[in-house]
Write a protein that binds this ligand. Sequence first.
Ligand code: ZN
Length: 550
Amino acid sequence: MLLINKVFRVGTYIRLSREDGDKQESESIGNQRKIIERYAKENNLTLVQEYVDDGVSGTTFNRPGFNQMIEDIKAGKIDMVLTKDLSRLGREYIQTGFYIENFFPENNVRYVSILDGIDTFLDTTNNDITPFKAILNDMYAKDISKKIKSVIREKQKNGEYMCSTPPYGYKRHSSIKNKLVIDEKVADVVRKIFEMYDNGVGSILITKYLNDNHYLPPRAYRQIGKVIDENDFEHNWNEVAIMAMLKNEVYIGNSIQNKRVSISYKVKKLKNISEAEQIRVNNTHEPIIDKDVFERVQCLAKARGTNTKLKYEYLFRGLLYCKHCGRKLQIVLKKNQKRQAKKHPYITCSDHKSRGCYALNMNYDKFETQMLDIIKQICKIYANKEIFSGMYDTVTKKSLNLKEKLNKSLNSIDKKIADINIKLDKMYMDKLNDLILEVDYRRYADNFIQERTKLLEQKSELENKIAQADKTIEDKGQVEEKDKELEKLINEFLSLEKIEKIHLYRLIDKIEIDKDKNIYIHFNFAKLEMISQNMDEFIEIEKIIGKMHR
Ligand SMILES: [Zn+2]
């Protein structure tokens, strides 16, 4: 296939600026040159002259290399200009705009900005955003916003408290910047809230207690400055705030920040950050709440869920989720059809009929016995160092092999995508040069684009799988501290005569059940999860626990 017939004499322009400094390798002269050379090769361009400005700011057009290039254009030595991105050409909008909109066209010069996809000789929509990009470069907004963000993040990593308002129970240190100290005026209120919940009082009753006694909620306290105001009926506590407080690690002295970040410097919408990306620093300030109390409260909060009125307390209540709709499963009493008199607890997805989910109807008592057996088995495997390390090595090896395979597939998909892009580009050029008809172009292009969409889907699927494999491999390097914690929990668990809810909650995150009564246990510890996923290969699990359901 043929590209544009004209052979361009290409001048490349490279600029390393003071503001980019040496810090950003991506902007280095060598890197700019590499990108340009690769592009030239892929597009069969002949580079005639390279113009370089080293250490010259993008806000001035008084640059020796740039000036030489302009002279050469006027002299007709080059008729195409290639830069890595638009900001290399310049950061000053009016001037940059002048060259792109006036000077280059007047001198019949084609301008290509590789990373922005701008090509003044092509009718591409990328060109339409050129003025906006130039404006952004002018403002330098993106980079500035990034810099501020990373400074804040650094501070958060150092355990500094960067949020605008301290949480209820704390105030700012009088002299140390971004440091929290206990606000003794209200610390007892916080303690009271945790104590009540720890003693089985639910969030609704706690809310009622605080409102009945005229405690001002956090924001009103900050505004009015009083802990209790008998005359104020306007400000009220609510359960959501109470639950958020009960779950906030700030009260045991930890800082978790970067919970939400804005998506970009332009869009100030906040997006939630996965737990792994949050910045957690332990012991940054004095705790108000005892770690033990806090942990018990977390277990209780999980167990209660949204159900505040528990009639019967089942060991697994609160841990069970429907695999299909994701909702918490209910345990209900049902009459046994054969013997009308006796009622049995059943696990069910409530309102399943109206919501189009499945009834499940699983006998809870049997489930509980068998589940406890399985969890004990898993703990025993972990406790047996020989079995466990054998299993561990095998799983790691498997994951490594799998990852290698997945990476190979990923590479081949990438190649295919690149291939399609090249074909699309070439076809597009042919269309511009009237080498193929519009209808034919559409037909071919649609096919290619469809194929590319499929490939991109496959790609993201593969990337997910690779991330999963990575997780398994990485877990081997889990910190020793976590191992010790797990070891302690397991020994405790195995020595228990009667297992309490709290022990289960420490080990298990949730248990999912599907319509075929398959059970999926999610542990709080990757190693236990690994055992549960692989144990049937190592021991005949069926023999130990029998058939899980029915
Ligand atoms: Zn369901």
